[in-house]
Design a protein around this ligand. Sequence first.
Ligand SMILES: C[S@@+](CC[C@H](N)C(=O)[O-])C[C@H]1O[C@@H](n2cnc3c(N)ncnc32)[C@H](O)[C@@H]1O
Length: 504
Amino acid sequence: MVETEETLSPVCDLPAPMKEYIIHFAQVHETFRKPELESLATLFNIEYKLLYYSDKTAFARIALKSNVDARKLISRSILTKDIYELWGSGYTYESLHADIRKRTSHLWHLYKDPSFKFLFKSFNGNRPESDKRKLIESFSYLGFDGPIRMKNPEELFVVMEDYEARSIEDPSRFAALNLDFEEIAATPSCNPTHLPEPHQLYLGRLIGTSNRDAIEVYDLKKRNYIGTTSMDAELSLVTANMALVSTGKLAYDPFVGTGSFAVACAHFGGVTFGSDIDGRMIRGNRPGKDLRSNFEQYGIMDRYGDMFVSDLTNSPLGRFGSQEGERSEQIFDAIICDPPYGVREGLKVLGSRDPLRPKVPIMKDGVAQHTLKDFIPPKRPYSFDKMLDDIMNFSSTHLVPGGRLCIWLPTADEDTHEFSIPTHKNLKLESVCIQNFNKWARRLLTYTRTSDDHSESITGEKLESGTTLDIGSAEEKFSRTADALNPFRRKYFEGFKTPPSEEP
Ligand SMILES: C[S@@+](CC[C@H](N)C(=O)[O-])C[C@H]1O[C@@H](n2cnc3c(N)ncnc32)[C@H](O)[C@@H]1O
């Protein structure tokens, strides 16, 4: 690849040293794409300006200072595919060629001799190979004389075509393209958003590729040890990116389960810790099938910090820094979790159902039962909202300033307009991403620990109508049914039907 930082002719208004690039996104988890990119820019301290982005298309334009920054920015991205130096853009091939001449004619001599290849990447449309060949020939004015190499060419040029109608932002473009969007949308035989011709074209030179191949490496289907609630590889890796996990940082999952987030954090170099109220999740069900074995499978044991059995609400980490002279309690760079939704069984934490019961050891044959190896401690029902409160407070206490909390929360679809985001004075909300299922959705909330310190914890924050984070409320003490304590669980078993009072 010819390495040049020679500036392309500035066509749009950019600060002088910045260049334009095209990012080719994967068309999945659209609401996660921009926050992932922003997180990576923060992680690598890269200055950028997003010039055009839409969830409706796979192509975005971004301004960056250098190819080095471009390559770094997407090197560990999961939701992008590649990044290209922009050579030209246009609504038609005629305008594309004109733009290429204007921007890059002073660079063509650099690419005269290296081997090269031209490719097409089309979004929501395609054209026959014979047409592509003809179109590629229309770029012959670039004067590339090097050998055309289909495998490992020194330079890869990509023609990008966008056929997606919904990514047209200016409605007058439809008229300019001689198109009637309503007519297209009303044609049942074709994808309503697929246009017969692309409405946006780019030519780009490949600069860097993303880390999407990690999805395949960590695919749950090939993982040694998984459970029913293991988070898929793609979203675990994205979450680790949002949490800014990198080499030498400490990451912790207080609901670690089978360790999906721990593995993803370790992939990016983080030293990982985790805990779970249920030791069986960590120990696994058969010899050689446990959380640790996943780290062995991927050769990332050097990043296995430790896993321990603990209830988040009674965590031994809570005792850090309680005495003067002890090490700081701000120990983690990232806290990532997918707390239990309490659907299969209601949420439980350690403790007795009866809060008034005296705390005396249970003795049998003169032996205190809690000292036995197979002792199962009593658990009591807990409210989902209070657990959220505990996670926020725990993160405020144990994250370093600038550290991130990434938390997954379930919501019923009809809650979308009602869902209000948990807040904490020491945690700044960075992004809210949504993964939609058939009748429900889950959201990934990302927060940064601020450097200011407010000792107040959150109390009584409204989450959904009728649900408050009322710590130690009467509801929790006396109405201890799993449904009463967890509105999501109740709605799940009601089949997410809108309550009659809310029906139109
Ligand atoms: C949704 S699963 C997390 C799955 C995990 N992300 C994985 O990839 O396997 C929630 C986990 O939280 C654990 N859990 C439930 N209540 C807890 C509590 N109070 N403290 C700590 N862990 C708890 C459960 O045992 C379960 O393993």
